[in-house]
Structures are given as structure tokens and as C-alpha cells.
Design a protein around this ligand. Structure first.
Ligand code: FES
Length: 79
């Protein structure tokens, strides 16, 4: 599998709603970061479907190097 494209070097804050799915882009090709827009088609990547158990603000990874997807873990600092 190819490496994902680095879509950004800082997380994007998102107000997640309890029990509402969102599709986090894993390939880095989406122009609607940090969410999937279908640009992964033709690659080996698929979006990661995520859901929070409560309303909360989350920091979503855009560099795609996090070890705690979909959340930022600071890996962008090494980009
Ligand atoms: S556009 Fe990146 S996973 Fe869908």
C-alpha cells in the first residue's frame, strides 16, 4: 500500500456530535479535509468511519501519520 499524502501539518478541530458517524480521510487526497470526499477511489485506501460517544470537540489528524487515528497525536511535528 502506498503512503498517504500529507494533507496538512496541523490538526483540524471538529465539533463531533454524539452517535453521529463521520468519515475520516485516510488517503490525504480529499479536498474536504479531514473528511473523505471519495478521492480515494482507485487507491487501496478507504475512509475510517468514526463515531463519538458524546458531543465533544476533537482534533482530527491531517498529516495522516498519527498512531491514534483519527485523532492528532503530534506526529505532524516530524513532517
Ligand atoms: S478521500 Fe481520502 S479516504 Fe476517502
Amino acid at each position: 500500500m502506498d503512503l498517504p499524502k500529507i494533507a496538512g501539518k496541523a490538526p483540524i478541530m471538529f465539533d463531533a456530535q454524539k452517535d453521529k458517524n463521520y468519515a475520516w480521510c485516510t488517503c490525504g487526497l480529499s479536498e474536504n479535509q479531514p473528511f473523505c470526499n471519495g478521492a480515494h477511489k482507485g487507491t487501496d485506501f478507504v475512509p475510517q468511519i468514526c463515531k463519538e460517544t458524546e458531543d465533544k470537540k476533537v482534533a482530527l489528524c491531517t498529516c495522516k501519520l498519527t498512531s491514534n487515528a483519527p485523532y492528532c497525536d503530534g506526529s505532524h511535528k516530524a513532517c
